[in-house]
Write a protein that binds this ligand. Structure first.
Ligand code: RIB
Ligand code: CA
Length: 318
């Protein structure tokens, strides 16, 4: 039984991987776009290109917020390029946008789609705006699986991961909403990389989609590796999808997560109360302290199993 899902994203190379994985393994009821890796205009243009080359044009795309709730927008051209999806040579999109904006689309969908799962994989502005507009939304959302934050350290600052750093006020609204949350943070996503061997296997599929994806992963890995020194780009966003479709890929630990939005050096930090964990962050039986858990935090990822799934799914696209 496929789960009903809406992906809220800022394509973004790894966002594309999430859309492709969800397009075959979930009942993808919609894609909503948000500022983040690039401007809203660019992330929305990129999302339209993806659904066209992947033949997913039956999935509606609704355009969201162009800027965070409070702060100024910031983008990530060093990793994703000026367009937000540099690398592949794709045709300009022709598919029309949904007539509703992302927030209204999410709220209307919550009234018509049962057991709705939200998968935010960019800054949380749209989700927070929907919660602020209709505080009853949590009664109609089964679960949020989000890529963001970290149990350990960030990628924009030592404390903050990009999606949370861009709009920490929005993240605070989401993490205090009461909706069940799976948080897939950098501590887990950096365990799953687009290593050269995996990129070779993607390109060897030989389809239009896999060639675009290989070009994306090559470009993205150059940018990510330039920052992390790791041997490939981390598969951040598709892991938020994998968390809901294959329980063997990620291991979670319930924790309280607080979002820091005041600190001069820590703004954007997801402060996870893991004091009951062992020193290797593996679940230990130490005594829990502090506030009760409001999220399941990913602590271990199975890279091999992820890539077996992703390559199988990729091979089904034109
Ligand atoms: O920090 C990684 C996250 O920021 C990913 O969602 C990536 O697409 C960027 O949005
Ligand atoms: Ca993203």
């Amino acid at each position: 039984m496929k789960l009903n899902a809406i992906i809220d994203c800022d394509p973004g190379h790894d966002d594309v991987m999430a859309i492709l994985l969800a397009g075959r393994t979930m009942n993808l009821c919609g894609i909503t776009t948000v500022h983040g890796n690039a401007s809203l205009e660019n992330t929305t243009y990129n999302a339209r290109q993806v659904v066209e080359f992947a033949d997913l044009t039956s999935v509606p795309i609704a355009k969201g917020n162009a800027r965070p709730l409070v702060r100024n927008p910031q983008y990530a051209p060093a990793v994703h390029g000026e367009t937000g999806l540099d690398g592949p040579n794709m045709a300009p999109p022709t598919v029309a946008l949904h007539p509703r904006n992302a927030v209204d689309f999410i709220l209307e969908s919550s009234h018509t789609i049962p057991d709705l799962h939200l998968l935010p994989i960019g800054p949380l502005t749209n989700i927070a705006a929907a919660l602020n507009l209709d505080p009853t939304l949590p009664q109609r959302v089964k679960q949020i699986s989000l890529m963001g934050g970290s149990l350990t350290w960030g990628n924009i600052t030592p404390a903050a991961e990009f999606n949370i750093y861009c709009d920490p006020e929005a993240a605070h609204v989401v993490f205090t909403s009461g909706i069940p949350i799976k948080m897939i943070g950098l501590n887990a996503t950096h365990q799953v990389l687009a290593r050269p061997e995996y990129r070779r296997r993607v390109r060897s599929i030989g389809s239009t989609t896999s060639t675009h994806v290989a070009d994306m992963l090559d470009f993205y890995s150059r940018g990510e590796s330039g920052g992390t020194g790791l041997e490939g780009g981390a598969m951040h966003d598709p892991l938020a999808v994998a968390a809901l479709i294959d329980p063997e890929i990620l291991t979670f630990e319930p924790m309280h997560v607080a979002v820091e939005y005041v600190g001069s050096r820590t703004a954007g930090m997801t402060l996870c109360d893991g004091r009951h964990l062992g020193t290797d962050f593996r679940a230990a039986k130490a005594r829990r302290r502090g506030e009760p858990p409001n999220a399941e935090v990913a602590i271990i990822a199975n890279e091999k199993r992820f890539w077996e799934l992703f390559l199988d799914i990729l091979a089904t696209y034109p």
